[in-house]
Write a protein that binds this ligand. Structure first.
Ligand SMILES: [Cu+2]
Length: 664
């Protein structure tokens, strides 16, 4: 979203009772913009040359489909990790080995809309091993290995349409979850081909529990719970006393299927859905679900063969809460809840109704008691609705306008982003009183505190990820850069320290101490463990081979030459596969490989790695190839030629590297 429209603002004003339209009017700059930064802010974010940042900040790239990595507090961009979108810089999605990562039941999908980043956890605390991120458009979840900073596995989610409420994790990463944003008709072709206006009868939602294998990071769907037709927005796992439960915000309990802007904003309250996943897991193990035929891809990158493998799964275990009556409950939550956040103690669940003028805080002890006493207000589509008054600890009154997301520090404070009133509001979990507020420029979406959704927040900073940037940076044409802002939360008052631009559109993020990640660093791949079927572990193993119209080249790189670097006997009509192995065994010595006219991208080969570039020559002549990654003083000499002859030519296939001194 780029700009809040007036109609939305009016709706919000109506919903909230009053409030300032002024903040939604474009170009209205908060008056304190210039004065907001204290005199010593620069020294508090300055990381001197050669020094490292204290935290890694993993930020969703939004519609870039990728994940970016920043250092904090400096805000320096360290890397963009390709996840759901092809990446010409690294060859991700272009090399033969990485193409399977993007396979889905729709074929290869070279893009997605990534929203939420989640840490793998041990005992409820980020452990620095993996990051997860969701693909919202073609429902997928990716797992990123923080040893390599690469996408290790991607799973497609069946019976899901808009994987927004995802990929939040249970305290020991037993599961990451997917909740469908759009409800849809499911089942056979006939069952799916129904009038849109039959939403209430035929449309259903799902929440899926995906298990990442602890050893390999391979993902599979353990079970899927069918839900009434609605929209699922966000979620978080229970922890501590609420471990074993998962909480999802739901909107459109009106079950609208057109003009949701108005039609899905009718009811005073929608729901937070509480899922007893431990119970659901038990039912799944007892075989009390139904195996339903589906098709979905689970793709996994094998670091030993340096090749992604796709597995097509053909069924999913579904649990129906109308039969298994104690796995889900609804709790009324004011006005189209968005964020659904659980505090570090695991006792309190904060629902942020984006059209609400208050923030409800639910108490897990009361939820348990209400369930035990069957203290309900009837049901919604067959699912019990617990009484609001019975499950609520209290409400944060007049926090601001447009509450979206809440994170926590270790001292019992919550920090909620306010989209419409463009601010972060700090409040006490104990008293529910507002303690402080600080403007953001402009229109904050998500926010993140290091460890702020875990059982042990590191605190120190809150980072605002802003949806609209306006005049914070030099203009860059019609689209201005997206922005993050770093605030100190060490004192009683939040303090703005730094703006830093972000790529794509930043959604959710995770920040974790660099010390958790750095010991895992993979500096290069051991060439002795390279099991790629086309590896050449030394220059003596290089060769060319014709297989019909396929020409396979076993090639190596080392500073600063290719072996072979002269290839003849390739003909029009051939398909050439360059299997290139980087023989280097030292940190940060990649080589690149590019050839004129290749319809893919370069290969960027890490030491010890093999990757394959497919090339279909279409013009007769001698075609250059070269290294793209500056590798030594003689990098510019790292080149070669491929001779392409006409179809039917008698030129013999051969490959060589000639050493003039040795006369060979
Ligand atoms: Cu090179």
């Amino acid at each position: 979203m780029k700009r809040p429209l007036l109609s939305t603002a009016m709706l919000l004003a109506a919903a909230g009772g009053l409030f300032l339209l002024v903040n939604t009017i474009q170009g209205c700059r908060p008056k304190t913009a210039q004065a907001a930064v204290g005199g010593d802010a620069s020294s508090r974010v300055y990381v001197p040359p050669g020094k490292y940042d204290e935290f890694y900040n993993f930020v969703s790239g939004g519609f870039s489909g990728q994940m970016s990595v920043y250092g904090l507090p400096s805000g320096r961009l360290l890397r963009e990790i390709p996840v759901f979108s092809v990446d010409p810089e690294s060859g991700y999605g272009y090399s033969e080995e990485t193409k399977p990562m993007l396979m889905t039941t729709h074929g290869s999908i070279p893009w997605d809309d990534s929203h939420h980043v989640e840490s793998s956890m041990t005992a409820g605390v980020p452990d620095g091993r993996w990051m997860f991120i969701n693909g919202n458009n073609t429902p997928r979840i990716a797992l990123i290995d923080l040893g390599t900073f690469r996408t290790k596995s991607i799973i497609e989610i069946p019976n899901c349409a808009g994987n927004h409420s995802s990929p939040f994790a249970t305290p020991n990463s037993e599961y990451v979850i997917s909740g469908t944003r759009f409800s849809i008709p499911m089942g056979t072709d006939v069952e799916r081909d129904v009038p849109i206006e039959s939403y209430r009868d035929n449309f259903k939602g799902t929440v899926s529990f995906i298990h990442p294998e602890p050893e390999t990071g391979k993902m599979s769907i353990a079970f899927q719970i069918i839900t009434p037709g609605m929209n699922f927005d966000l979620s978080h796992s229970g922890k501590g006393p609420s471990d074993g439960w998962f909480f999802f915000s739901c909107y459109n309990s009106e079950q609208a299927y057109s003009l949701l802007e108005v039609n899905a904003s009718q009811r005073d309250k929608d729901f937070i859905m509480a899922v007893n996943w431990k119970k659901a897991e038990q039912y799944a193990k007892e075989g009390r679900g139904r195996k339903v035929p589906v098709k979905y891809y689970s793709n996994w990158y094998n670091d030993e063969t340096h090749t992604a493998e796709s597995t097509v799964m053909e069924e999913v275990l579904q649990l129906d809460p109308r039969e298994l009556k104690d796995i889900i409950y609804f709790m009324p939550c004011p006005k189209s809840p968005h964020g659904c956040d659980v505090d570090p103690t695991g006792r309190y669940i904060v629902g942020s109704g984006k059209l609400a003028a208050l923030i409800p805080v639910f108490d897990f002890e009361k939820i348990k008691a209400a369930i035990a006493a069957n203290d309900t207000d009837g049901d919604f589509m067959g699912i019990p609705v617990l009484k609001y008054e019975s499950v609520i600890k209290g409400e944060v009154k007049k926090p601001g306008l447009g509450p979206l997301h809440t994170e926590f520090d270790a001292n019992g404070n919550a920090y909620t982003s306010m989209f419409v009133s463009s601010e972060i509001v700090k409040w006490s979990l104990e008293t529910l009183e507002v303690l402080d507020r600080v403007p953001t420029y402009y229109s904050i979406g998500h926010l993140c505190i290091p460890g702020g959704d875990s059982q042990k927040p590191w605190g120190k900073y809150v980072i605002a990820y802003n949806k609209i940037t306006k005049d914070r940076y030099l203009p860059t044409g019609p689209e201005l850069t997206q922005s993050a802002q770093l605030f100190s939360i060490d004192g009683d008052k939040m303090e703005l320290l730094l703006d830093f631009p972000t790529t794509g559109e930043p959604h959710y993020a995770q920040a974790i101490p660099a010390d958790l990640v750095r010991p895992r660093e993979v500096k290069f791949f051991d060439i002795n463990k390279n099991q790629h079927p086309f590896v050449a572990k030394g220059e003596k193993e290089t060769k060319v081979e014709r297989r019909g119209n396929e020409v396979h080249v076993w090639m190596t790189t080392i500073r600063s030459h290719f072996t072979p670097d002269n290839i003849e006997g390739v003909k029009i009509g051939d398909v050439v596969y360059f299997h290139v192995t980087n023989l280097e065994q030292d940190w940060d010595v990649p080589h690149g490989f590019a050839i004129k006219g290749a319809a893919t991208a370069e290969l960027l080969l890490m030491p010890g790695e093999t990757q394959t570039l497919k090339w279909i020559p279409d013009q007769i002549g001698v075609v250059p190839m070269y290294c793209t990654d500056f590798c030594s003083a003689l990098h510019q000499e790292m080149q070669g030629y491929v001779r392409v002859s006409p179809a039917g030519s008698k030129v013999e296939l051969k490959a060589e590297t000639r050493n003039v001194d040795a006369g060979s």
